[in-house]
Design a protein around this ligand. Structure first.
Ligand code: ADP
Ligand code: ZN
Length: 527
């Protein structure tokens, strides 16, 4: 240790009670104390808050923190106050007199940190207020919310470029846990952070074991997982719809696992109560839509399970990242099936956005599907997605590393399936979903087959060598690879520009063998 303690280290020890900085905290903090702008990309749990809190305490004036997490402001401010930090917040939950107290404190220079909601900054009153005090820095938390292509877009964030115009001499630090290099560039552009130094910390979460399983009976699969590997553990289960949140929570409770629901359809008091029970009690399972979790800091979440496919790799990473913040072994488990692909494509197609939005959503989904279907290390694929390819390799702590999936040459089945779709369309002018195409291939005499006389098609029964489940895997993987597409309300299968290559025999289609209910042992420590 050097003789004179730096002011930053002094605050870290004295105020926060931590002996040392983590990762790139020291560099970031020194840079901002020196008046520089910064764009910080650090995974969830990496310790972003100190990166602006310490400079705010060291620099003269008040650090203004822009955060979309209004529901957490009170907690954040309370936590800081117990440490003796003079903190306050301004947001729409306050009444006039509460606001006035905070405003006076700010103007009188009695605040180290002031949290404000992004919509507040657009208001002329707030801007005039800020002019009356001394600002030490602006911290823009959850900065990816400025990205129109991201999954957390907040229109109010677009207005934050005015910070630089109105207060050009105040250093700004933007922080996020989720950004590809493209999003990073977008953040820098939209926030006018052109001269900001970029700090990027590794996204690897070595204690999280990534597993993606074929979805058969998702609730039962989940129950097996919890009983065999996570008895008594705290965890989060993500579902796409409110209805499935309610059903799953009920199902777990009926099976003796203490579970609580969380989604936007619940009364806000119930939601708040469930959230605070989850944070305070041990061994609760929170079953939730993705409305739950942003900013949640519970260190001992032992598993995050997804019963439905996340819309993007960013979302998947952020949601699974809520597991194992304490560094202990944790599981990220996802059940994924053909229906997920059909449903998500449908949602994209029927979304309100324009063509560019839909194309973007599609690309996000494709990346997620590629992660699901990969036969190589999940972690390597995940890190590569975040531009950290060099750190990739084989991790030894994901399902594909622990039980390498067999791959098989699926070219012929792929051709059979694609020709079924082709014949239905060419010979009959019909489009059907995956179920009917598979029934035709299997040669099943269902009512629907007879009604449409599909047993007269040349392809009828030519796929009896595979099981229904295997055919669903074939369809899924063709969708993931883009050799097949789904469209419309009923999720009908259609050919794509690249289907012809497969039909012509121009490409070999390697597929992941479906191990029914593949079980992976959890190593308690990682080599
Ligand atoms: P993030 O916002 O990046 O998700 P936080 O700022 O909430 O992460 O920090 C996560 C946890 O790590 C918090 O409990 C915080 O107190 C703790 N922490 C941050 N920096 C340090 C440090 N240098 N030493 C010890 N604990 C730290
Ligand atoms: Zn791996």
């Amino acid at each position: 240790m050097t003789s004179a303690l730096s002011p930053a280290m002094d605050v870290l020890n004295r105020v926060f009670g931590y002996p040392d900085f983590r990762g790139s905290q020291r560099d970031i903090i020194e840079h901002v104390i020196g008046g520089g702008d910064a764009l910080v990309l650090m995974p969830t749990g990496g310790g972003k808050s100190l990166c602006y809190q310490i400079p705010a305490l060291v620099r003269p004036g008040t650090g203004v923190v822009i955060s979309p997490l209004i529901a957490l402001m009170q907690d954040q401010v309370d936590a800081l106050r117990t440490l003796g930090v003079r903190a306050g917040f301004l947001n729409s939950t306050q009444d006039r007199s509460e606001r006035q107290v905070v405003e006076a404190e700010f103007v009188n220079g009695e605040l180290d940190l002031l949290y404000v909601a992004p919509e507040g900054l657009g208001v002329a009153n707030t801007q005039r207020l800020l002019d009356r005090g001394k600002i030490s820095l602006f911290a823009i938390d959850e900065a990816h919310c400025v990205s129109q292509w991201g999954h957390d877009f907040r229109p109010d964030y677009l207005g934050l470029s005015m910070l630089h115009e109105r207060w050009p001499d105040v250093p700004r630090i933007a922080l996020t846990a989720t950004a590809t290099s493209a999003t990073r560039t977008e953040i820098a552009t939209r926030l006018q952070l052109t001269d900001a130094r970029h700090f990027t910390q590794s996204f690897d979460r070595p204690n999280i074991q990534y597993r993606i399983a074929p979805k058969n009976e998702p609730r039962k699969q989940l129950l097996d997982l919890l009983r065999s590997e996570h008895p008594g553990d705290s965890g989060i289960v993500y579902c796409l719809s409110r209805a499935s949140v309610d059903k799953t929570a009920e199902f777990l409770a009926q099976n003796g696992i203490p579970a609580l629901p969380y989604h936007a359809g619940l009364d806000s008091r119930v939601r708040a109560a469930n959230q605070s029970r989850f944070l305070r009690e041990d061994g609760l399972v929170m079953v939730a839509t993705i409305a739950f979790g942003m900013g949640i800091d519970k260190p001992d979440v032992r598993f995050v399970a997804h019963l439905d496919l996340p819309k993007s790799v960013e979302g998947y990473y952020q949601e699974t990242g809520r597991a194992g913040r304490d560094g202990q072994p944790s599981t990220a488990w996802l059940a994924y099936g053909l229906q997920d692909v059909v449903q998500q494509r449908k949602m994209i197609e029927s979304s309100d956005g324009d063509a560019a939005h839909r194309r973007n959503a599609s690309q996000h989904l494709d990346a997620m599907l590629a992660l699901c279907e990969t036969v190589t290390c999940r972690r390597a694929q995940l890190l590569a997605y975040f531009g950290q390819r060099d750190e990739a390799g084989s991790c030894g702590n994901c399902d594909t590393c622990l039980a390498p999936p067999e791959s098989w040459d699926g070219t012929v089945p792929a051709q059979k399936l694609l020709s079924t779709v082709l014949r239905l369309q060419r010979e009959r002018g019909q489009k059907f979903g995956a179920g009917q195409s598979i029934d035709i291939l299997l040669g099943k005499q269902t009512d629907k087959v007879q009604q449409f006389r599909h047993d007269e098609l040349k392809v009828f029964g030519i796929g009896a060598d595979l099981r229904d489940q295997e055919w669903r895997g074939v369809v899924r993987q063709l969708l993931a690879a883009g050799y097949l597409a789904v469209e419309g309300e009923y999720g009908t299968l259609v050919l794509t520009e690249t289907s012809a290559e497969v039909l012509r025999g121009g490409v070999k289609v390697m597929m992941r063998r479906e191990a029914p209910q593949q079980r992976v042992r959890t190593p308690r420590t990682r080599a």
